[in-house]
Design a protein around this ligand. Structure first.
Ligand SMILES: Cc1cc2nc3c(=O)[nH]c(=O)nc-3n(C[C@H](O)[C@H](O)[C@H](O)COP(=O)(O)OP(=O)(O)OC[C@H]3O[C@@H](n4cnc5c(N)ncnc54)[C@H](O)[C@@H]3O)c2cc1C
Length: 234
């Protein structure tokens, strides 16, 4: 999916033009955008849409991103990891700010909430879980949910305080590239899962880079998780 035709195809009547009401960095590479919400624009937590920057040379380059605000909020929110290595859409988003405009396609499903369980996020793969957890928090229904968030380094973490407040000891962080005292410092392996999960007869949500999802899926199945208990973007 990468052209404005796809934004248009996904959106009867054409893409929605929204204004950037606010933009701020949550760490050096992750940026939060607050957007105006078109009348009647609906989504459920876990859904995203195709997004293009409404400026010359960029309208035909749409990429998928996930809504992170509550579905009832007056504004929309996107949290976007910027890749600076090449001049793609996220590189362009680094300089998008208040008063600029984006083009949004129709909301489509990424991860659907199906009940309590363990949520495994890799890096920016946290975004669908943010919307889901925020809604569960609003409904005081977070009991029975654990978030395991894997990042390269502690500097990649964002919204740490909010996640800690929501989930308390059910918010676990792992790092793959940094030796941080008090945290484990490698990819999640079989032994980690046995320690972290204990009960494999529950639901597991997976979102992140392809290798992260593939590896965890294989480990969870091997440890006895039922295939139908795994929720991931396919
Ligand atoms: C359903 C869905 C929901 C998503 N939601 C979110 C979200 O909420 N937040 C978020 O941050 N991300 C999200 N993503 C990921 C996001 O869509 C990608 O990060 C984004 O499309 C990258 O766009 P880009 O134009 O900057 O990079 P692209 O040009 O599309 O490149 C994609 C990949 O190729 C590599 N690459 C391509 N060309 C080069 C080059 N010349 N040099 C170096 N590397 C290169 C990049 O490393 C990158 O990983 C989501 C993805 C999906 C599928």
């Amino acid at each position: 999916m990468s052209t404005s035709d796809e934004v248009t195809a996904l959106t009867p009547g054409g893409p929605q033009r929204v204004e950037v009401l606010g933009a701020e960095f949550l760490n050096t590479t992750v940026k939060r955008f607050t957007l105006s919400r078109p009348k009647g624009f609906r989504f459920t937590p876990g859904q995203g849409c195709m997004v293009a920057v409404d400026s010359d040379g960029w309208r035909d380059k749409a990429r998928p991103f996930t809504f992170t605000a509550l579905p009832g909020a007056r504004t929309l929110e996107l949290i976007i990891k910027i890749y600076d290595e090449h001049q793609g859409v996220t590189w362009r988003m680094r300089t998008v700010g208040k008063g600029d405009h984006l083009l949004l396609g129709e909301a489509f499903g990424t991860i659907t909430y199906k009940g309590p369980g363990v949520l495994f996020a890799g890096g920016a793969g946290i975004t669908p879980f943010l919307a889901i957890l925020r809604q569960l928090h609003q409904h005081k229904a977070l009991k029975g949910h654990t978030l395991v968030w894997s990042n390269r380094t502690a500097g990649d973490v964002f919204l740490d305080a909010e996640l800690g407040r929501m989930l308390g000891r059910h918010y676990l962080k792992t790092f793959t590239r940094e030796n941080v005292i008090g945290f484990r410092d490698r990819r999640i392996d079989r032994d980690d899962l046995v320690q972290l999960v204990r009960d494999f007869d529950q639901r597991f949500y997976l979102c992140g880079p392809e290798s992260f999802v593939t590896d965890l899926k294989a480990l969870l199945l091997d440890l006895g998780a039922a295939p139908e208990s795994l929720v991931f973007e396919s």
